[in-house]
Design a protein around this ligand. Structure first.
Ligand code: URP
Ligand code: ZN
Ligand code: ZN
Length: 463
């Protein structure tokens, strides 16, 4: 047995097991795990005593280099993937947007170009569909066959991304036929628009009104409708960025009935609340994203949802806009603030800190939420999402006891503020490997732009 790299004396953690052992790597793959693997001929030995060795994080919801709200998200595929790697994420799934009148193929080709030569970790795409008036239902099936089996639809943002129920139902039918899955932005965009117009007419223009005009009922109603449409179409549905207890209850009910209904939440909904929107001046704009922040009590409901498998995944919905110049576009009108927040870098630490140190769930559940379930649901398992012979050597050597304070002064995302500024978390990725190459070590980035590969995905598994 000869290894290019041997990770020695770690505590290997997967979604099901925790055991002391070594991990041998050859040609970018894990070739052996177990105690006492031979170190003599290893190209490099990495000591992992006192640390966890876990599969690299998989972030299934990012928006890099995305035109939105009259500007473009501030991280591109280079800066965004570097920041992801620092945080222990080794695979991401971004969104290729089909604009009205365009083919899905055009969207996919456009986003492939954005990532090419820049991505430092492996990546894949979902396709956002905003118009199915042409041949897109047929195209969906072709894309599924080419490794793009998931499609995001919007029930919000009327006039921009929103689809009507008939279109959603048709797209779900196409996904059902081909084994694909719909990822749904579930908010009742029509009702929200009326509430927004009313607020503007009353002169309510500050950032906090972005949140106050998007009630939890609008999210719960759309979640319930998305699940009902999927049930009628015989398709699985995955609710993205679920933010509140009312929507969570809809997912729980559906799952209790045995439906293939899944949902993710994001660290911002677990750590932040409406209170954060009451900061001085225009500061609330830092937290303008959709669905918005909720009252604080929802946080614990979401943590419990993660613990009980009512929620299956934590993603970031990373969609960064700089406070200066980008968020400031909405200084006099909250509807002009570009929607989105930066989060790609700290997902693992935040979930580990609140989940495992917070004693809400086990270490194995943590791995499942940030890596294994995303890999299975999005057709990447077992290539990604576990530590086993044959899997890609995407690995994180994680110190469970080291503490860090999150700050824009030290983060690697290309954005001038942090949503979690000053938050102290316990649990830090120390060494990160992407297909056997060390990409982060000793606080330094060691990877290179263009070394990330596009991943053709299988169809979503039933979990
Ligand atoms: O505000 C958000 N979430 N921006 C990104 C786009 C989306 O809806 O996911
Ligand atoms: Zn969305
Ligand atoms: Zn998003």
């Amino acid at each position: 047995m000869r290894f290019d790299t041997l990770i020695r004396n770690g505590m290997i953690v997967t979604a099901t097991d925790t055991y002391a052992g070594d991990v041998g790597i050859h040609n970018g793959k894990i070739t052996a795990t177990g105690a006492g693997l031979p170190a003599e001929n290893a190209g490099r030995v990495i000591e992992a005593r006192g640390r966890y060795v876990m599969p690299g994080g998989i972030d299934v919801h990012t928006h890099l280099d995305m035109p939105f709200g009259g500007t473009t998200s501030s991280d591109d595929f280079e800066t965004g993937t570097v920041a992801a790697a620092f945080g222990g994420t080794t695979t991401l799934i971004d969104f290729a947007i089909q604009y009205k009148g365009q083919t899905l193929r055009h969207a996919f080709d456009t986003w492939m170009k954005k990532a090419d030569g820049k991505a430092t970790i492996d990546y894949a795409f979902h396709c956002i569909i905003t118009d199915i008036s042409g041949a897109q239902l047929q195209e969906m099936k072709s894309l599924v066959g080419e490794g793009v089996p998931t499609f995001k639809l919007f029930m919000a943002y009327p006039g921009v991304f929103m689809l009507d129920d008939a279109s959603i139902f048709k797209a779900m039918g196409s996904a059902a036929d081909s084994g694909g899955m719909i990822c749904m932005h579930a908010e009742n965009g029509g009702a929200i628009d009326v509430i927004v117009q009313r607020a503007l007419a009353e002169g309510k223009r500050a950032p906090k009104y972005h949140a106050l005009t998007r009630p939890t009922t609008a999210e719960a109603e759309a979640t319930s409708r998305a699940i009902a449409l999927a049930e009628m179409a015989g398709a699985p549905v995955y609710i993205v960025h679920l933010s509140c207890n009312e929507a969570l209850e809809k997912v729980r009910e559906a799952r209790d009935r045995g439906l293939r209904a899944y949902a993710e939440t994001c660290p911002q909904y677990l750590y932040l609340s409406l209170d954060d929107m009451n900061g001085p001046g225009f500061d609330g704009a830092k937290y303008v994203f959709t669905p918005p922040l909720r009252e604080k009590w929802h946080q614990e409901k979401l943590w419990q949802g993660l613990a009980k498998d009512d929620l299956q995944v934590v993603s970031t919905d990373h969609c960064p806009f700089c406070f200066k110049e980008q968020k400031e576009m909405g200084k006099d009108d909250f509807t002009k603030i570009p929607n989105g927040g930066p989060g790609i870098e700290h997902r693992l630490s935040l979930v580990f800190n609140g989940g495992v140190h917070g004693k809400r769930f086990s270490l194995n559940r943590f791995v499942q939420l940030v890596s294994t379930a995303p890999a299975k649901l999005f057709g990447l398992y077992p290539r990604k999402g576990t530590v086993a012979a044959g899997s890609d050597a995407d690995l994180v050597i994680f110190d469970p006891d080291e503490e860090q304070t999150i700050s824009a002064k030290t983060h690697h995302m290309r954005v001038d503020y942090s949503m979690f500024e000053g938050t102290r978390v316990k649990g830090v990725p120390k060494v990160v490997l992407s297909r056997g190459r060390v990409v982060v070590e000793n606080g330094k980035f060691m990877g290179k732009p263009g070394s990330g590969e596009f991943l053709r995905r299988q169809n979503p598994a039933r979990i």
